[in-house]
Design a protein around this ligand. Structure first.
Ligand code: BGC
Length: 765
């Protein structure tokens, strides 16, 4: 398709119209030039394809509801997520959708985030890898994706307007990295900008985020679409890099673009670039014929497989897998009314739904089952329901509690107020556990809950997440041991809300939310504070055990650009087959800027028969060791020693290997007029020329504060200022400290520093 020639034939009106949707879910077609319409639909863990594609609301067509992102992420299985991506694409093809609006790659800054169920992790490396595999799975079938919500869309409170105030380094290392990875590794056809502002500028108008970083620096080739209703100023958004506004139609915005071009306020080249990006994707989409049907049964089975691989066994005193119990008390509404997805734009009309209770019954033939509702659908407190459950639990060999966090506590559109289950649910668990020590709790929720008040009383806890339409079967598969759990948490479960990283800066007020915890979200925070958690990042139990032996690294000294490969032998030391998730974290022993204690930089999932051993190899590249330096405005590495932690979770380090990195970077000198004495002495390029001044300063320090004309006394004594004077000088701008001792220099210190700066900036390493 000759896009350039189409652009040349388009009128200004047609160009402006193309840059805004024609309806809630479609692009503006241009029949006379053969430009077709493109259809998009939500996303991200199944298709919400409205029956009437031109309308905002109304019912959606049946589609497979896969597990939501919290569950998907807990699989740590990139191949499985890729497979799910392919299944999503098949449904798009059958239901006439060109682009699915997902995945979401925002960080889980606080477990209170209402939409956390749609996001993968508190760790940008993990989220980026998983998003990339979903995208490449979908796109391998000629269907597009929309990586969202770019960027810093981490809360629902004032989500359309709040300004996320984030320092540059934190933005780069925490909030942009997952997007960067997904863009570079998988080139999503579209990226959806967030509603919120980032450092006072709407994400939809953010030249730095959209034009400079996403398009220029990362090489994003697709189009940027607005989140639905995120555009305030259409012309500013076009200039900022927002190609396609949704939803349409927005005649007033289209006219504003036309007017701006005619008034010479908007360069037509800017409009043409957006038109080019949109046309490219529209034509790419049209190459995939939308026909046929999808295999609903096969997709349901895949959804079950993913759910069972994403559910995390958090506690097990040995009761699971169930074996030989004669009387099973099933308690809790969600046993009969599966809670398998979240509320909002990702809400799917499932092709069918597995009922957890029925699924369990069908897999355990030789037991008798009883059922009690346990808690109501609303927030009422019903002691009668608890009493009924207790009676059944007492009479049984085991009680299985199905507890779902109600939608009034968790959804898109509003944040959670606390991390608790309802009062009724907590009372229910405690009452049942009191009479029945063999109590198993099965949770359905999209984000961590606190469990301190009851976890010690129960025998087992299975985190079932928002598990998708086939989750009921997946729970049963795990409870009976047909599936050996192999999921691990992609986010920390804290002991209490007050412990969480963003607690003091959540959710913000007066139009801004300050990301005051900086780099330290998730395990980075708990590590740094050495704070206990309920369950750490990367944690999950299995019905078997694994040994980690023979850790190796390809070389102990290496260049940053070459990287290293870590390997370890994993043996299944138990009696059933299972899968283990091996994690590699990097700890920088010494760095100029503060760094987290450790950061995840690689992982692998390996399947092993009992007694079997496999060698797992994980490559660590430049970025595994680098951090973003806001003064150099680039990712940098520093010479020195790094520990490579081979781990079963963030709190379970099995082996540590130490390597020495040699940086290949030739960084520019960043000294300026305000640089301190310490900084002048730290840079190998400035140290030799500054040293004479430093020596002189030491003499001055002694003279000035010892009061006796310069004897060997650097530390203050009685009657002096009571300090190590040179230590103070070290922290002062060189020019300032030199100006306090003007008589020591033949030139004015401002001229000396100006001269030294000329010398160092001219000089390269
Ligand atoms: C959500 C997006 C969604 C869009 C279309 C917005 O409110 O934030 O995630 O894709 O609506 O439904």
């Amino acid at each position: 398709m000759d896009i350039q020639s189409i652009i040349e034939q388009m009128t200004l009106e047609e160009k402006a119209a193309l840059c805004t949707g024609a309806s809630a879910w479609t692009t503006t077609p241009i029949e006379r030039l053969g430009v077709p319409e493109m259809i998009v639909a939500d996303g991200p863990h199944g298709l919400r394809r409205l029956a009437n594609i031109y309308e905002w609301g109304g019912g959606s067509l049946p589609a497979t509801c896969f597990p939501t992102a919290s569950c998907l992420a807990s699989t740590w299985n990139v191949d499985l997520i890729h497979e799910m991506g392919k299944a999503l694409a098949e449904e798009c093809i059958a239901l006439n959708v060109d682009v699915i609006l997902g995945p979401g790659a925002n960080m889980k800054r606080s477990p209170l985030g209402g939409r956390n169920f749609e996001y993968y992790s508190e760790d940008p490396y993990l989220a980026g890898e998983l998003a990339a595999s979903l995208i490449s799975g979908v796109q391998s079938k000629g269907v597009g994706t929309s990586l969202k919500h770019y960027a810093a869309n981490n809360q629902e409170f004032q989500r359309f307007s709040i300004s996320a105030e984030i320092d540059e380094r934190t933005l780069r290392e925490i909030y942009l990295t997952a997007f960067e990875k997904a863009v570079k590794q998988a080139q999503p056809w579209t990226v959806m900008c967030a509603y919120n502002k980032v450092n006072s500028t709407f994400a939809s108008e953010h030249d730095e985020l959209l034009n400079k970083i996403l398009k220029d620096e990362w090489g994003f080739e697709g189009l940027v679409v607005s989140d639905w209703g995120a555009v305030r100023d259409r012309v500013a958004a076009l200039k900022g890099g927002l190609d396609w506004e949704m939803p349409g139609a927005q005649a007033r915005h289209v006219q504003a673009v036309i007017d701006a071009v005619q008034a010479d306020e908007l360069d037509v080249a800017v409009l043409d670039e957006s038109v080019r990006r949109i046309l490219r994707i529209v034509f790419m989409a049209s190459e995939t014929p939308k026909t046929g049907e999808f295999d609903a049964e096969a997709h349901h089975a895949l959804a079950r497989r993913i759910a069972s691989e994403g559910m995390v066994l958090l506690k097990n005193n040995g009761i699971l897998p169930l074996k030989g119990q004669q009387q099973i008390a099933v308690i809790g509404r969600s046993a009969k009314h599966a809670h398998f997805q979240g509320g909002g734009s990702s809400h799917i009309n499932p092709t069918k739904v597995s009922v957890p209770f029925q699924e369990l019954q069908s897999q355990v033939n030789d037991a008798e089952f009883t059922y009690a509702e346990g808690y109501p659908s609303d927030n009422a407190f019903r002691q009668d329901l608890i009493d009924e459950a207790v009676t059944l639990a007492q009479e049984a060999d085991v009680a299985i509690l199905y507890i779902a966090l109600p939608t009034f506590k968790e959804s898109e559109g509003y944040d959670r107020r606390d991390l608790d289950l309802t009062k009724q649910q907590i009372a229910l668990i405690k009452a049942v556990a009191k009479v029945q020590p063999q109590t198993v709790v099965v949770l359905n929720n999209g984000a961590p809950i606190v469990m301190g008040s009851w976890i010690d009383d129960v025998a087992a806890v299975l985190e079932g997440w928002m598990m998708g339409q086939a989750g009921g079967g997946a729970i049963a598969d795990i409870l009976v041991g047909k599936v050996n759990p192999s999921a691990k948490l992609a986010e920390t479960f804290p002991v209490k809300l007050e412990d969480t990283p963003a607690y003091l800066n959540w959710p913000g007020d007066a139009g801004t939310v300050r990301y005051g915890e900086g780099l330290f979200i998730g395990y980075r925070y708990y590590d740094k504070k050495n704070m206990p958690v309920q369950f750490p990042f990367g944690y999950g139990l299995s019905y078997t055990t694994f040994a980690y032996r023979n850790p190796q690294v390809s070389t102990s000294t290496f260049n940053d650009v070459d990287g290293v490969t870590v390997s370890v032998d994993i043996t299944n030391t138990g009696s059933v087959a299972g899968k283990e998730i091996v994690q590699v974290y990097v700890h920088d022993r010494e760095s100029v800027l503060a760094r987290p204690e450790k950061e995840l930089k690689g992982f692998a999932k390996v399947e092993l028969q009992p007694g079997e051993t496999k060698t797992v190899s994980i490559d660590l590249d430049f970025r595994a060791f680098a951090y973003y330096h806001p003064e150099y405005k680039q990712w940098i590495t520093e010479d020195g020693n790094f520990d490579l932690l081979i781990a079963a979770s963030a709190a379970d380090i099995r082996h540590t290997l130490t390597v020495t990195l040699e940086s290949t970077l030739n960084l520019p000198c960043i000294l300026d007029k305000e640089s301190t004495v310490r900084e002048w002495m730290a840079d190998p390029r400035s140290k030799p020329i500054f040293s004479p001044y430093y020596d002189r300063l030491e003499i001055e320090a002694r003279k000035r504060f010892s009061g006796d004309g310069g004897e060997e006394k650097r530390y203050a004594t009685e009657g002096d200022v009571g300090m190590d004077v040179m230590e103070m000088f070290n922290e002062m701008p060189a020019v300032s400290v030199m100006m306090f001792h003007q008589k020591a220099w033949s030139q004015h210190p401002e001229d000396i520093i100006a001269d030294l700066l000329t010398q160092v900036h001219g000089q390269q390493r």
